[in-house]
Design a protein around this ligand. Structure first.
Ligand code: SF4
Ligand code: SF4
Length: 168
């Protein structure tokens, strides 16, 4: 946990310096980011509609937390940058809050603090959740997730070619 806190805190400091310029000067990035934001909220609405969030909330109330230690490493540096940019679009700043011991660094008091979670988390449906949803809703959620996944992939590939991700 300590290592990941140090790593992501430093990454945040380093990337924050380039963030504003990127958002203002890179039209392609800005437009795609707006589309990603829409796609993420479309996914979130689908999770609310299908009562998945409610089901997982019930789990948390029973003290079962599936956001385990180390899962923060499933988030790539590029996805982390996308989070910083999405927070900035909303006039907010990503904060690690009070990370819980033995859990994912991004798990705060009210759940995940990220706007864009790692693909691993987006695709995680435990057996109980799968049974609760049933086949039809599961397929529906996975299809809604596709826009978010494709836009994230395209943006990450774009960012990989940029100087800020090449040790520059
Ligand atoms: S995914 Fe499964 S284990 Fe995790 S919170 Fe939801 S119901 Fe609970
Ligand atoms: S959903 Fe968020 S808090 Fe949970 S494991 Fe994934 S990144 Fe961590």
């Amino acid at each position: 946990m300590r290592d990941s806190l140090e790593y992501f805190s430093k990454l945040k400091d380093d990337l924050s310096k380039s963030l504003e310029g990127f958002l203002k000067e890179d039209k392609y990035f800005h437009e795609k980011l707006l589309k990603l934001k829409e796609a993420i909220y479309k996914t979130k609405r689908a999770y609310v509609e299908t009562e998945s969030f409610l089901f997982c909330k019930g789990c948390a109330e029973k003290g079962i937390i599936c956001c385990g230690e180390g899962l923060e490493w499933k988030l790539s540096a590029e996805e982390f940058f996308l989070n910083l940019a999405l927070f900035s679009l909303e006039g907010k700043t990503l904060s690690f809050g009070n990370p819980l011991k033995d859990h994912c660094l991004f798990l705060g008091d009210k759940g995940c603090v990220l706007i864009l979670t790692p693909l691993f988390c987006r695709n995680f449906f435990c057996k109980e959740l799968q049974n609760f949803l049933g086949r039809e809703k599961l397929i529906y959620l996975q299809s809604v997730l596709e826009d978010e996944a494709v836009l994230t992939f395209e943006l990450c590939e774009y960012l990989k070619k940029k100087e800020l991700f090449q040790g520059g």
